[in-house]
Write a protein that binds this ligand. Structure first.
Ligand SMILES: Cc1ncc(COP(=O)(O)O)c(C=O)c1O
Length: 482
């Protein structure tokens, strides 16, 4: 008898109750040995947890052998691991809820973000490096040169950089490239947004925020201690109504929504903000670099520069680096530099990051063919998907969202794509409402026609496996037809 089978014998008695098609309902699926190791590492349990498996399935001949450790078993394991520490109930309740509802979700079998690991040759449609700059030789060389010369320099807060310090020079460069008077470079888009809102709003400021605005903007509202007044996604009239009730405040929108690829009706939003006497912030994380003749972004492209107080952006999307920026007047940039808490109390960018970004600004300005290519790829794929009956939204952007709705349908979609070597990004709660989860496909400039073709073919092939009639778009169509 296989030694493992001998150990499993008592558990196998229970096998009759284990129905294979139901396995995801029981929790996680592990392979033997690696499973034992994984559990040991994860929960820091010294003894072999095999005995704790609630269900064990063995195929004839014991290969492959699968062990299902159910939710309750994992709970027992995690409780054991924590046994040496005094339990703090309010915290453990939250942690338990994570394991119960997310990590080992009974409907999906595991955390929705954890699918297959991509293999060589698979197609990844997951990167925000829209212009394919992450390995650009000029940018890499600029970083290497500075790294060789000064390593990480003097790590400290950016608040100490002044005069012609490289950080300040970079800010002037980005400002010029985006037609802004000035700029404040932050360590991330998150820091740019939270620092900005915390600096300009307080408990008396209503913040009118699109319901789909990025989480960093919501976090900014929280750190300002301000009141969030969310309005219906992309609906300027809803914004008008709210502002009429609560008075002037701060209007917060994304130019291009990163989860579903929708464009903001910018001019109408700016009109509504102006009418109410509000400040307007436009997060251009997904449009800076990609839109505008030289990548200056959507606000500039639409001639709205004089009417938008602040543009913010992550520098980890088209800029393919690490960092964030607030584009605004010099007066406001100076104010933010010494008021934004992340700008003061969190260490600034490293010298090679600054040098790399300096080179990136030039490349983005110069290499317009990258913008054309990413948009061409996006148009082609979107048109193909639309032709197959997928609801891919009305806007031709480089972000294509397949909104399956409930998480188990998104997992079904993810698995269908991944089993054919196409990897998108799963977006679920808290990035989307729970019933609007999706797989996002992001297009890049260096993606060849054959790759776009392969993605389209896979999407065609998987259609019969998907419960498309249960996707929210299908239900919406039904409602409209009724
Ligand atoms: C719209 C938007 N704003 C802000 C951020 C935060 O940027 P970062 O990743 O640089 O912190 C992101 C990143 O996902 C984003 O999509």
């Amino acid at each position: 008898m296989h030694p493992l089978a001998r150990r499993l014998a008592p558990l196998l008695a229970d096998q009759a109750h284990s129905t294979r098609p139901n396995w995801p309902l029981f929790g996680r699926l592990f392979r033997p040995l690696s499973a034992i190791q994984a559990l040991k590492n994860r929960f820091n349990v010294p003894s072999c947890p095999l005995e704790m498996a609630d269900r064990v399935l063995v195929s004839p001949g014991l290969e492959p052998l699968e062990i299902i450790v159910t939710t309750s078993a994992l709970h027992r394991l995690s409780n054991d691991a924590a046994a040496s520490q005094p339990p703090v109930r309010f915290m453990e309740d939250r942690v338990d809820a994570y394991y119960r509802d997310r990590a080992i979700n009974p409907e999906t079998g595991s955390h929705p973000l954890k699918g297959r690991v991509p293999a060589e040759g698979d197609v990844l449609v997951t990167s925000n490096d829209y212009l394919s700059l992450a390995r650009h030789p000029e940018i890499v060389e600029a970083q290497l040169q500075v790294l060789r010369e000064m390593g990480h320099g003097e790590p400290r807060s950016g608040v100490f950089a002044f005069g012609d310090a490289p950080l300040r020079v970079l800010e002037k460069q980005i400002a010029a490239a985006t037609q802004s008077e000035d700029a404040l470079v932050a360590q991330s888009g998150w820091c740019a947004n939270t620092g900005l809102l915390q600096s300009i709003a307080d408990a008396s400021t209503p913040i009118y925020i699109d319901m789909f605005a990025h989480m960093s903007l919501w976090e900014g509202v929280r750190s300002a201690g301000a009141v969030a007044r969310p309005f219906r996604h992309n609906n300027p009239d809803a914004l008008r109504k709210l502002a009429a009730k609560h008075g002037p405040g701060v209007v917060v929108v994304d130019s291009l929504y990163s989860t579903n690829g929708d464009l903001c009706p910018l001019e109408e939003m700016v009109d509504a903000a102006t009418e109410s006497g509000s400040v307007i912030i436009v997060d251009e994380s997904h449009s800076l670099g990609v839109y505008g003749a030289h990548g200056e972004g959507m606000v500039a492209e639409q001639g709205l520069l004089d009417r938008v107080h602040f543009r913010t952006s992550s520098l980890s999307k088209a800029y393919a680096s690490r960092g964030g920026v607030v584009l605004c007047s010099s007066r406001h940039a100076e104010y933010l530099r010494y008021q934004s808490l992340p700008a003061i109390f969190s260490s600034g960018m490293l010298p090679h990051e600054i040098a790399g970004l300096g080179a990136t600004v030039k490349v983005i300005h110069r290499e317009g063919f990258r913008r054309e290519k990413v948009m061409r790829n996006a148009r082609e794929l979107r048109a193909r998907l639309r032709g197959m009956g997928y609801d891919v939204g009305a806007d031709d952007t480089q972000i294509i969202a397949l909104v399956a709705g409930p998480e188990h349908l998104t997992i079904q979609l993810r698995d269908a794509l991944e089993s054919r070597g196409v990897f998108g990004s799963v977006f679920c709660d808290p990035a989307t409402p729970r019933n609007r989860s999706l797989v996002r496909l992001t297009l890049n400039a260096d993606m060849g026609r054959e790759v776009v073709e392969r993605i389209a073919e896979v999407c065609e092939e998987i259609r019969p496996e998907l419960s498309l009639d249960q996707w929210p778009c299908a239900r919406r169509t039904e409602r409209l037809a009724a």
